[in-house]
Write a protein that binds this ligand. Structure first.
Ligand code: 13P
Length: 323
C-alpha cells in the first residue's frame, strides 16, 4: 500500500469526519519520525517537503531517498506531497521523482513578494492540474495569501484572506483536488501577538467556503500551535524566540468539523526537534556527534507528531486504506 494520492487520503477523511496532518520534513530522519508516528498510531499521513528547502544538498537525491524510505512502511498509507511548489517546473520535478501529490502555490509572483492576479494563479494552477492528473497525481492550489515564511526564509508574506466567490470560480476554472484557504493563519514561528480570537482567525470563512465548493478538500496552512513550553526550552538553551501564539489545538480539531481535511504543520515539529537538540548539546557539552543529538531530535519530533495525529482524528484510520 504505502503510497496513496492526496485525493484518496482526503476522500477517506471526509467519509470518516477527521483531518489528516501534513507534516513538513527537511531531512530523512524527520521523515522517519513522521512515518514512525503514523505506524505507532495506525494513521494515514501526509509527508511533505518544499523544493530547495532541506538539509540535503540536492532535491533529486533527497526525494529519491524519501520515496525509498516510504516504501519501507508497507502498512502505512502515505501521501508524498510537494508543499508550496513555486513553479510548474518544481511540480514536474516532484512528480518525476514519485510524489503522489503536489501543491502549486500560484498566489505570488516569482519575486515571492507581489501577489499574483487571480488570472495568473488560475493559469499556472490549471497547467499543473492537467499535467498531474494525466499522471494520476493530486493537486492542491492556494487562494488568498497565507502570511509569514513557509521555508523559514527572509521573505515575509502579508495575509490576504480567501474570498468565497473567488474560491468557487478558482475551483471551477482549475479543477484542483484541494484548496489552501487563507483564513488568517501564517507560517513560521511568529504568528499572533496574543491568543487568537475570531477577528484574526476567521474560522467562519471555512464553513462559508466549504459550502460553496463541497467537492474540494480544504487545507489549513500555518496550523502550528507554537507550544510555550517548547519555546521556553529553546530559549533556556540559547534560543531567542519571541513570545507568539499559534493555532490552539482545540481550534484545529474544530476546523475538521467545519470542512478542513488537510492540516499543515511544520513549526511545531521543528520546535520539538530543536528543543531536544539544544537541550542535549547544552547539557552534554562535549557531544558533537550528529547521531547523538539528531536521534534526540527525531524522537522528540515523533512524539509531537503522534500527539497531533490524535488531535486531528487520523489515529486509527489507516484501515480505511486497506482492502
Ligand atoms: P506552520 O509554519 O504553522 O507549521 O505551517 C506549516 C505550513 O503551513 C506549511 O505549508
Amino acid at each position: 500500500m504505502a503510497l496513496i494520492t492526496l485525493t484518496e487520503a482526503l476522500d477517506a477523511a471526509r467519509s470518516g469526519g477527521y483531518g489528516v496532518g501534513a507534516f513538513n520534513v527537511t531531512d530523512l530522519a524527520q521523515a522517519e519520525a513522521v512515518l514512525d508516528a503514523a505506524a505507532e498510531t495506525d494513521s494515514p499521513v501526509i509527508v511533505q517537503t518544499i523544493a530547495g528547502s532541506s538539509a540535503h544538498g540536492r532535491d533529486e537525491l533527497y526525494w529519491k531517498a524519501l520515496v525509498g524510505l516510504v516504501a519501507e512502511y508497507a502498512d502505512v498509507p502515505v501521501v508524498l506531497h510537494l508543499d508550496h511548489g513555486a513553479s510548474f517546473d518544481d511540480c514536474v520535478r516532484a512528480i518525476g521523482a514519485g510524489f503522489t501529490s503536489v501543491m502549486i502555490d500560484g498566489s505570488m509572483r516569482s519575486d515571492h513578494v507581489t501577489p499574483a492576479t487571480f488570472e495568473e494563479n488560475v493559469a499556472v494552477t490549471r497547467r499543473v492540474v492537467q499535467y498531474a492528473h494525466e499522471r494520476g497525481v493530486s493537486v492542491e492550489g492556494e487562494l488568498g495569501t497565507i502570511g509569514g515564511s513557509e521555508d523559514g526564509g527572509a521573505s515575509i508574506k502579508k495575509i490576504v484572506l480567501a474570498d468565497p466567490d473567488d474560491a468557487e470560480r478558482f475551483v471551477a476554472e482549475t479543477g484542483v483536488d484541494a484548496l489552501a484557504v487563507a483564513i488568517g493563519t501564517s507560517h513560521g514561528a511568529y504568528k499572533f501577538t496574543s491568543p487568537p480570537d475570531g477577528t484574526v482567525l476567521r474560522m467562519d470563512l471555512i464553513s462559508e467556503i466549504a459550502e460553496r465548493i463541497p467537492h474540494t478538500h480544504l487545507v489549513m496552512h500555518g496550523s502550528s500551535s507554537l507550544p510555550a513550553a517548547l519555546r521556553e526550552t529553546i530559549n533556556a538553551h540559547g534560543g531567542r524566540l519571541p513570545e507568539s501564539w499559534g493555532v490552539p489545538e482545540a481550534e484545529k480539531a474544530r476546523s475538521t468539523t467545519l470542512g478542513i481535511r488537510k492540516i499543515n504543520q511544520g513549526m511545531d515539529s521543528h520546535m520539538a526537534y530543536s528543543a531536544a537538540v539544544r537541550t542535549y548539546l547544552d547539557e552534554d557539552g562535549i557531544g558533537v556527534d550528529p547521531a547523538l543529538y539528531g536521534s534526540r531530535g527525531r524522537v522528540a519530533m515523533q512524539e509531537i507528531v503522534a500527539d497531533r495525529m490524535q488531535v486531528f482524528g487520523q489515529a486509527g484510520q489507516a484501515y480505511r486504506h486497506r482492502s
